[in-house]
Design a protein around this ligand. Sequence first.
Ligand code: F6P
Length: 354
Amino acid sequence: MTGGGDCPGLNAVIRSVTKTAIYDYGYEVFGIEDGYAGLIEKRGFDLNSDIVSGILTHGGTILGTSNRANPFYSAHSRGKKIVFEDESVRAVRHYKEWGLDGLVIVGGDGTLGIAHKLAKKGIAVVGIPKTIDNDVWGTDFSFGFHTAVSIATEALDRLHTTAAAHRRVMILEVMGREAGWIALYSGAAGGADVILIPEIPYQFNSVCEKINARLKQGKRFSLIVVAEGAYEKGGSPIIQREDKKNRYPVKLGGVGPWLAQKIEKQTGMEARAAVLGHIQRGGSPIPFDRNMGTLFGKKAVELISQNNFDRMVCLSNQKIKSIPLESVIRSRKMVPRQHPLIEAAKSVGTSFGV
Ligand code: F6P
């Protein structure tokens, strides 16, 4: 089952789990449709090696996904009202009726938190971390992240040349929710002059000072990457909209264009913003994420074969391991202020707006 927002590499995992289970263990494999929605509504289909053949390189997920469905807090419209019901008993019943012996749940922190609750209700769960945000605790990286970084870096490279041609301030807004991993990694790789992340609330004047300092050095353009959750010291992130049926009802977005008009006013330089949005989540995964998906999938089946449940597969110091789901869901993995890439970026003159 794949749950939460999609990310590049989900199909690599589905292929790996299916083929490993069939070839190495002689298991039968079943796919649940649309994340927890399929478990609640009893929707799924048999998987075999033919079905998963050729999907390694494809974006999205052949199983579908949902970041709204939650068996413990299932949203229903009643007229104009939205009511939430606990449908976990139904979900567990479906798992048993299907005759499943284990359930691989591929998801981010929200999906994995629900997985742990289902494990307590008797479902033999193994989790695999996925998210472009890279904020799942307990794994060095989740698959999908490096693909998102490479897409954001390419966007920055392209903005770089147009910024220089027009002598403008160009701002790229990237995803990540409350975590600044995509902004940090793409900003450092793309040589951004300013990187703004939620973990380091910025001071607007410092951002403008950096732009003006570059002007004094004869550099008549600047490149800024801003995480969607970044905010000014003493302020709060910009909310694009609310989706009450979503597990994360608050949708962040808009800080890029907001900064552009403020910078234009303050510095007198022309400023433009590009919001990368879901482009970061779509399309083919890079080789690193394909291979991580294949490694994670194999490890998940291995855990099932050992009856080692309620755990999450992880990458730790270049080794594929597993840790209890309980330890994963306690906190989210944020960018530490002393992260080596922050230090290295500072050393080459990058500003973090402080
Ligand atoms: O968590 C992944 C993510 O892509 C975030 O980076 C982003 O804020 C959010 O999902 C967008 O969610 P949706 O697909 O519901 O717009």
